[in-house]
Design a protein around this ligand. Structure first.
Ligand code: ATP
Ligand code: MN
Ligand code: MN
Length: 299
């Protein structure tokens, strides 16, 4: 595996990568594909430059599967068992956040058997002011991926009508995430209300296509526009994060042009390299939920 070649052996089969020692690099984490910890490290090494800017300084929720995805996995959002540099107080009474600030921190997550990295929509220095909002499109039973793609385009167009630029990624699951970068001006409650208003507007216009209620029973044949990700402690899967799902897929930013050609939300798998960086420029986007954009949605 690439990580083994790139890394420096430290004895006993351990591998060093970005200053972090990976123990048991041969441990199999995705048994169906025999993907090892070293191969997982190679995945994150390959995407490091593109991924890190999106992940850095953001409170994380992790899915850890120390014995691989077939065994017990658990969520973690506090830094127990992690290096002190990854601990960040964010003024919440239930404890400190986990943050990464350097490539080695991503490798530390690999070392800990993290198979999914999820991000908050705000950064740790101002957890009350989001800079990334997400429209999480969740297809109900019987909805094909073409319809999910169309839904993403519909959300994009609704945002474009308000002069807002948006980005799209596959989740590595069934749906898509449309991501709206905003300046850190709007508090969470207003941002959430705004995303809710947009989702409800789309659902009201086309109730056969969309719904905004969580109830799974009502989802059949329709797409749930999940705006509920837009909350202080909620998260969404990170760009390039692997998923602990069958096939070892990962979340992939795509350009709106390339979206048209996708057949599933799992176009790539660990071990495959996608070219380009369709989200380059997302951090230069300067736009916010102005009062004009609020009143356009009736809030
Ligand atoms: P899919 O495309 O299959 O829907 P997804 O990542 O969007 O994949 P969802 O179930 O829609 O999965 O969840 C959206 C996001 O909400 C996830 O990416 C994750 O960050 C967060 N999430 C969902 N369930 C949980 C949970 N039980 N605990 C913590 N976070 C969760
Ligand atoms: Mn989803
Ligand atoms: Mn969802």
């Amino acid at each position: 595996p690439a990580a083994r070649k790139a890394g420096r052996a430290t004895g006993e089969g351990d591998v060093e990568t970005y200053g972090v020692t990976l123990s048991h690099p041969e441990k199999v984490l995705f048994p169906e594909q025999a993907i090892t910890k070293a191969a997982l490290a190679a995945h994150y090494a390959a995407y490091m430059d593109r991924m890190l800017p999106h992940v850095i300084d953001r409170p994380l929720t992790l899915v850890r599967c120390p014995q691989g995805r077939a065994k017990k996995c658990f969520f973690q959002r506090h830094p127990e068992g992690m290096p002190d540099r990854m601990r960040r107080p964010i003024g919440e009474d239930d404890g400190d956040a986990i943050v990464v600030t350097a490539p080695g921190d991503i490798m530390e997550l690999v070392q800990l058997g993290v198979l999914e990295i999820h991000l908050r929509g705000a950064r740790a220095d101002r957890p009350d002011r989001p800079d990334r909002l997400v429209f999480d499109l969740d297809p109900g039973e019987g909805v094909d991926f073409e319809a999910v793609k169309d839904a993403a385009v519909t959300v994009r167009e609704a945002l474009a009508e308000l002069d807002l630029l948006s980005f799209v990624k596959t989740t590595g699951g069934k749906g898509l995430h449309v991501v709206l970068p905003i300046e850190r001006r709007t508090p969470w409650d207003e941002a959430k209300a705004w995303t809710r208003a947009l989702a409800e507007k789309l659902a009201a216009a086309e109730p056969d296509r969309f719904l905004t209620k969580m109830a799974k029973a009502q989802r059949k044949g329709r797409i749930f526009i999940d705006y509920l990700r837009n909350d202080t402690k909620s998260s969404a899967v990170a760009p390039y994060s692997t998923r602990s799902r069958e096939g070892a897929p990962f979340a992939l930013p795509v350009s709106w042009d390339d979206l048209a050609r996708l057949k599933t939300s799992q176009p790539v798998h660990v071990g495959e390299i996608a070219g380009g960086d369709p989200w380059a420029g997302i951090d230069e986007t300067r736009q916010s939920l102005t009062s004009a954009r609020k009143s356009a949605l009736g809030i």
